[in-house]
Design a protein around this ligand. Structure first.
Ligand SMILES: Cc1cc2nc3c(=O)[nH]c(=O)nc-3n(C[C@H](O)[C@H](O)[C@H](O)COP(=O)(O)O)c2cc1C
Length: 224
């Protein structure tokens, strides 16, 4: 009885949380209880380099060396960090965490409010650090949570900070239930001179399969 009462109270609350996102431009949001982020404990890092050489095969049989690969991610509650770590385990290369100068609130309501305002304002939040030599990377794997149906605006700040001409961008995301479609479209429009591969989405119910999904996505990637 207590459980039923709790569900009764919590479900409308979650719907109300993402209602703000619905009003923002550029994204269709399907609010559901599965959209609540969950914390995943992972070690924190900003930039690391993998000494092992790995290769990524594309349709054109091009082989990338580890030195050509950058795995970038932004994560608020840890899910995308976990996914990025699995991607990095497979493709190798360097790793870089996108961090906003002004940290996003841990409180869910406050974070949704800020994300909603940033999307509505088409904001470009300042980034706390930068990639040392983006020029040396041929492939950039970029991961983010879906916020308000889109990629968080810090991802746009990041994409606009570098020249991606001729590079291949591989977008991956985690979400409550939304797809990566709007984010991938946005990345293609911000980086028109890059090849942007079809993205991966891992939704909340799929989180236990994050590792397998990362491996299957990387396995199935074709040159865009
Ligand atoms: C501000 C905010 C907005 C969100 N908007 C959406 C959304 O529009 N659609 C969705 O499916 N999930 C949404 N979510 C849920 C996150 O995408 C999901 O929990 C994701 O796995 C969090 O990744 P992270 O742990 O790497 O931060 C939102 C979460 C937050 C904090």
């Amino acid at each position: 009885m207590k459980k039923q009462l709790a569900a009764f109270l919590i479900i409308p609350l979650v719907f109300a949380l993402f209602a703000g996102c619905n009003g923002a431009s550029g994204g269709t949001v399907t609010p559901s209880p599965t959209e609540m982020p969950s914390a995943v404990e992972m070690p924190s890092f900003t930039e690391t380099s993998s000494p092992t050489e790995t290769s990524v095969s594309s349709e054109s049989e091009a082989v990338l060396q580890s030195a050509d690969i950058l795995v970038v991610f932004f994560s608020h509650s840890g899910n995308t960090r976990t996914l990025a770590q699995y991607v990095h385990d497979i493709v190798g290369g360097d790793m870089f965490e996108i961090v906003a100068v002004e940290p996003y609130p841990e409180n869910m309501n406050e974070c949704v409010a800020r994300a909603t305002a940033e999307l509505a304002d088409n904001a470009r939040p300042s980034l706390a650090s930068s990639v040392e030599d983006m020029g040396k990377y041929a492939a950039v794997y970029i991961g983010y949570p879906i916020w308000c149906g889109n990629e968080p605006m810090v991802i746009r700040s990041f994409l606009e900070a570098y020249d991606f001409t001729g590079k291949t961008i591989y977008p991956f995301c985690t979400s409550g239930s939304s797809t990566n479609d709007l984010a991938v479209k946005s990345i293609r429009s911000i980086c028109p001179a890059a090849n942007v591969a079809d993205g991966l989405t891992v939704t909340r119910t799929q989180l236990p399969k994050t590792q397998e999904m990362a491996a299957a996505w990387l396995d199935g990637l074709k040159s865009p």
